[in-house]
Design a protein around this ligand. Structure first.
Ligand SMILES: Cc1cc2nc3c(=O)[nH]c(=O)nc-3n(C[C@H](O)[C@H](O)[C@H](O)COP(=O)(O)OP(=O)(O)OC[C@H]3O[C@@H](n4cnc5c(N)ncnc54)[C@H](O)[C@@H]3O)c2cc1C
Length: 495
């Protein structure tokens, strides 16, 4: 048995990775176990927005929206390579929410979070060369406001990288198999990637298992917190881009939900999402025919050139592990998070994470460490609002990217652009002094080189083609099946 660590974190999604980073930066000894790959569950299946959540205002979730709007500004500074501002256009007609309501909502959105650097909202008349691109001519007006988009799985991985650099042990493909309290601490069983089993002694456990939070609770002996999750499935479709401008659309649906059309990976539009309550995770990992129809119908009310099922190039589904607040309507279940600490006087705390957005993960982690503070005397204070995530120390992103274009002129802009957006200042570590793409090893297509794959394996726990093609990068979307197979073969060979 190894020596006693301070914190065992179960789950390598955004919340587990964020808590591990925060804790390691405060000097705690941390081990994080993730049963599959980092961000292999909900944290790579999101709408990829760092947003206040305009629609949550209607549900009076002011605390959540304020915190999320503040976080938008903080995160933009910490990771400007993977988090970028994005304008949203909301087309309007008489059948929708009244203009006064939208104006009031946008006013709140512009002001609730305090000082913002992003452009404030405004009304626009259609047709508009830019803001009504791709829409039917019948829409005569709209509103424009700001939010941000994020590479969700890279955000998770970069938190894990930072945690490791601060001393945390990150174990992917490692399953938590249960724990019990012993002498004021915990003894937990974990099954490692190589099939071996290990017993970990820890002073505290964090359960950040997302949709599996109740399963993990079930594997922990003794009295536990009360609370429950509502599993609400959400799906997206990806189509060739529906307009050539840089903005997203937020579309009001007759059921009062909103659907996003988000520019995605240069050539595509990401369309989502749905809200379907599911009893279990079984079969919830792919979009259903009804959800596909629902999304197509929703966007076709607005698009001049309607989309058909045949236009869909890819799709994905994920399950939100929402805190069960008793709402009947899955769209109205709170998106806020709830943290529960249970110690029953044993001094061996178990902290359980219910709910949470990508957007608020950093604040969630701060709050988690705040709740654990009484158990760790001398624990350092909050620090994560100021230290950039790995690769995020680039200053103004566009100026940095232009410098990189010049520095690596001979490699071609497309290749450099993709690498810089994924790795920020750390791009130099994988590009070195390369003068030609040949110096980066084999080219797999879709902007992926052997040098990057090797970097992802060495530095970011990539172990399979899927890790590389769909989470560490999204290069898979730009590749032919043959090109993807070549990456699979490369990952399987003894490198
Ligand atoms: C359709 C959809 C759209 C969304 N859009 C947005 C958005 O635009 N913006 C936003 O801010 N939020 C969004 N969200 C919410 C956000 O994605 C989630 O709240 C967040 O990703 C949850 O992260 P998590 O770390 O709690 O869970 P997860 O990412 O699911 O991570 C939990 C991890 O625990 C691991 N695990 C489980 N059991 C064990 C075990 N026994 N041992 C070891 N590991 C284990 C799992 O493998 C998993 O990787 C969206 C969610 C969905 C579903």
């Amino acid at each position: 048995m190894s020596e006693t660590i301070d914190l065992l974190v179960v789950g390598g999604g955004i919340n587990g990775a964020g808590i591990a980073r925060d804790a390691a930066g405060r000097g705690l000894s941390v081990t994080l176990v993730e049963k599959a790959d980092l961000a292999s569950a909900t944290s790579s299946w999101s709408s990829k927005l760092i947003h206040g959540g305009l629609r949550y205002l209607e549900q009076y979730e002011f605390r959540l929206v304020r915190e999320a709007l503040q976080e938008r500004e903080v995160l933009l500074k910490l990771a400007p390579h993977i988090i970028r501002p994005l304008l949203f256009v909301l087309p309007h007609d008489r059948g929708m929410r009244p203009v006064w309501m939208i104006k009031a909502g946008l006013f709140l959105y512009d002001h609730l979070g305090g000082r913002i650097t992003l452009p404030r909202s405004k009304a626009v008349a259609f047709p508009h060369l830019e803001y009504s691109a791709g829409l039917k001519g019948e829409y005569r007006s709209g509103f424009v406001y700001s939010d941000c988009r994020v590479d969700d799985s890279r955000l998770t991985v970069l938190n894990a990288v930072s945690a490791r650099e601060k001393g945390a042990r990150i174990l992917t493909r490692t399953r938590f198999e249960g724990a019990r309290r012993v002498e004021g601490g915990w003894e937990a069983g974990i099954a490692l990637a190589n099939g071996e089993r290990e017993t970990v002694r820890a002073r505290a456990i964090v359960n950040a298992a997302g949709p599996w939070v109740m399963d993990v609770l079930g594997e922990i002996a003794g009295e536990k917190v009360r609370g429950g999750v509502r599993l609400v499935k959400g799906s997206h479709i990806i189509v060739p881009k529906v307009h050539s401008q840089g903005h997203a659309y937020i579309l009001q649906n007759p059921d009062r939900r909103v659907i996003f059309i988000i520019p995605y990976e240069r050539d595509f539009s990401l369309i989502g999402t749905t809200d379907v309550a599911v009893p279990s995770l079984e079969g919830a990992d792919r979009i259903s025919a009804e959800e596909t129809r629902y999304l197509l119908d929703a966007v076709n009310r607005f698009l001049a050139k309607p989309l058909a099922a045949g236009d869909i190039v890819s799709s994905y589904a994920g399950v939100r592990p929402l805190y069960d607040d008793g709402s009947d309507n899955p769209s109205e279940v709170t998106r806020d998070y709830v943290l529960r600490v249970d110690h029953h006087g044993h001094g061996a705390p178990l902290l359980t994470v219910f709910g949470g957005k990508i957007t608020t993960y950093r604040r969630l982690a701060e709050e988690a460490l705040g709740k654990l503070k009484p158990f760790f005397s001398g624990l350092k204070g909050d620090w994560t609002a100021h230290e950039p995530l790995p690769g995020g120390d680039v200053g103004r992103f566009n100026a940095f990217r232009d410098d990189m274009y010049r520095r690596y002129e001979t490699l071609g802009r497309d290749l450099v652009d993709g690498i810089v957006r994924r790795h920020g200042s750390r791009s130099v570590r994988l590009l070195g002094n390369a003068r030609s793409s040949g110096e980066l090893g084999r080219y797999f297509g879709g902007g992926l080189t052997e040098a990057e794959v090797r970097y992802l394996v060495a530095e970011e726990w990539a172990a399979t083609a899927e890790d590389v093609l769909w989470r560490r990068t999204r290069c898979g979307l730009h590749m032919t099946p043959g090109e993807r197979e070549a990456v699979t073969a490369f990952m399987q060979q003894d490198r």
